[in-house]
Design a protein around this ligand. Structure first.
Ligand SMILES: *Cc1c(COP(=O)(O)O)cnc(C)c1O
Length: 409
C-alpha cells in the first residue's frame, strides 16, 4: 500500500505525508472510507470535478464511496425484479430522511396529508417543525380511502400523502396500491415509511408509491448500534438531484461508519426477518389466547382489521412488531409486567435482534396531547413489543411469568 518510501528532513513531515496506492488491493468486505475529503491529482482534475464534467468524490458531506455503495445496495433490494433504476440517498437518521425529503418537495403554504397513526417522532416533527414553517398538516384516517379523497378535495394546496403501514404502535394496515392510485389521480406525491417492514416484507415502490423512507436504525441495521436513514425512489431524476442537494446543504448525510454498520446488518436481513416473523406470530397467538390479555394487535392474526391488506402487500410475512393491552391494565399492573420480564429488555427502539418492550403512553408518545394519543390508539394499558430472534420457548416462558406476576400484584 505504501507506494514508495520517501525520506523527509523533518520527523513531522514523515508523520503527516501519505503515499497510498490502493490499486492492487481487493477487499472482500466493503471498506470504510473514513476521509472527509478526496484529493485531486491536479488543478485540472479538480476543476472538471467541480464543474461536474467528470464524476469524482470531493468532500464526504457531498458523497462518500462507502455511503454510496450501501445506499445503492438498499435501493436494489427495494425493487429487485424491475427494469426501473432505483436510487437511494442515505441520511443521518430516519427523522432526517423524512425532513430532507419533505422539505425538498413542499414550500410554505403547501399541505401534507398524513395517516393518523405515525411514529411518535414523526407526528411531533409534523406538528412542531413543519407547522412552524407554514406547512399545513392534515392527519387523516387512511383505513377508508374516501377520507383521503375528502381531505384532498378540502385542501387544494395538498401536495403530499404520507403514511406508515403497518403503523406504529397499533399495527393498522393501509392499502398501498389504493393510496398510490389516489395520489396519481389527484397529482400528489406519496411517501411510505417502510421501516417496520424492510424491503424483504413489503416494497411500496412496486405498488406505485413515489418515495420510501426507512429508519435504517431499526431492522436494516438490526443490531442496535447505529442511527441512520434512507430515502428511496426511482425515475424522478430531478427530485433525486434536489434531495441530494438538500442533504448536502443542510448536512444531514450519514457517516461512512454508520452506513457500514447497516451494510453488515444487510447480510443477514432475510434470516433475521424470517425469525422475527415466526417468533412474533407465535407470541401473538399465545397472547390472544391468554386470559390476562385484553387485545392483541398483529397483522398476522386473522381477526386483525388489517389482516387482508397485510396478506396482499406484506408478501413474505407479517413482521416482528406487535402490541397488546393487558386486562385491567392500570399503570401499576403494566409496570409490574414490564419490570418482571427477564429476557425482553425495556428500550425505546425496535428491530434489534433481541426482544424489546416499550410503554408508548409514557415514552414514544409522551409529548403528544391526550387527544392525539387517543387518535393513535395509545392507551395506558398498551405495551409494544419488538420481537427478537431468541428461541421461542424462552420468550413464551418470559411472557407467561411476567403476566402471572403482574396479575397477582
Ligand atoms: C425509529 C423510527 C423513525 C425515526 O428514525 P430515527 O432513525 O430514530 O431517526 C421513523 N419512523 C419509524 C417507523 C421508526 O420506527
Amino acid at each position: 500500500m505504501t507506494k514508495n518510501r520517501k525520506l523527509y528532513k523533518g520527523f513531522s513531515t514523515s508523520c503527516v505525508q501519505d503515499h497510498m496506492d490502493f490499486s492492487a488491493i481487493s477487499p472482500h468486505i466493503l471498506p470504510i472510507f473514513g476521509t472527509s475529503s478526496f484529493k485531486f491529482e491536479s488543478l485540472e482534475d479538480s476543476i472538471s470535478v467541480f464543474k461536474n464534467l467528470q464524476h469524482g468524490y470531493v468532500y464526504s458531506r457531498y458523497a462518500n464511496p462507502t455511503v454510496d455503495y450501501v445506499a445503492q445496495k438498499i435501493a436494489s433490494l427495494e425493487i429487485p425484479y424491475s427494469d426501473k433504476n432505483p436510487w437511494g440517498v442515505m441520511t443521518s437518521s430516519g427523522m432526517s430522511a423524512i425532513y430532507s425529503l419533505i422539505t425538498s418537495i413542499l414550500r410554505p403554504g403547501d399541505c401534507l396529508i398524513c395517516s393518523t397513526h405515525l411514529y411518535g417522532g414523526t407526528s411531533e416533527m409534523f406538528l412542531k417543525v413543519l407547522n412552524e414553517m407554514n406547512i399545513k398538516i392534515v392527519p387523516t384516517q387512511f383505513s377508508d380511502e374516501k377520507n383521503i379523497i375528502k381531505a384532498i378535495e378540502a385542501n387544494p394546496t395538498a401536495k403530499l400523502l404520507f403514511m406508515e403501514t403497518p403503523s406504529n404502535p397499533t399495527l393498522e394496515c393501509y392499502d398501498l396500491s389504493k393510496v398510490a392510485e389516489i395520489a396519481k389521480t389527484y397529482h400528489l406525491m406519496s411517501i411510505v415509511d417502510n421501516t417496520l417492514c424492510t424491503p424483504y416484507l413489503q416494497q411500496p415502490l412496486a405498488h406505485g408509491i413515489d418515495f420510501v423512507i426507512h429508519s435504517t436504525t431499526k431492522y436494516l441495521n438490526g443490531h442496535g448500534n447505529g442511527i441512520g436513514g434512507i430515502i428511496l425512489s426511482y425515475d424522478r431524476e430531478e427530485l433525486r438531484r434536489k434531495i441530494a442537494q438538500q442533504v448536502k446543504l443542510i448536512g444531514s448525510q450519514i457517516s461512512p461508519f454508520e452506513a457500514w454498520l447497516v451494510y453488515n446488518g444487510l447480510k443477514t436481513l432475510e434470516l433475521r426477518m424470517e425469525r422475527h416473523c415466526s417468533n412474533a406470530l407465535k407470541l401473538a397467538e399465545f397472547l390472544s389466547n391468554h386470559p390476562y390479555i385484553e387485545e392483541v394487535n398483529y397483522p398476522g392474526l386473522a381477526h386483525h382489521p388489517g389482516h387482508h391488506i397485510a396478506q396482499k402487500q406484506m408478501f413474505r410475512g407479517f413482521g416482528g412488531m406487535l402490541s397488546f393491552r393487558i386486562k385491567n391494565g392500570s399503570f401499576d399492573r403494566i409496570k409490574n409486567f414490564m419490570d418482571n420480564l427477564k429476557i425482553a429488555t425495556q428500550a425505546p427502539t425496535l428491530g434489534d435482534v433481541d426482544t424489546l418492550v416499550l410503554h408508548p403512553y409514557t415514552s414514544s408518545h409522551l409529548n403528544l396531547t391526550e387527544e392525539q394519543k387517543k387518535m393513535e390508539g395509545v392507551t395506558i394499558d398498551l405495551v409494544r413489543m419488538s420481537v427478537g430472534i431468541e428461541n421461542i420457548e424462552d420468550l413464551l416462558e418470559d411472557l407467561e411469568n411476567a403476566l402471572q406476576m403482574a396479575s397477582h400484584s
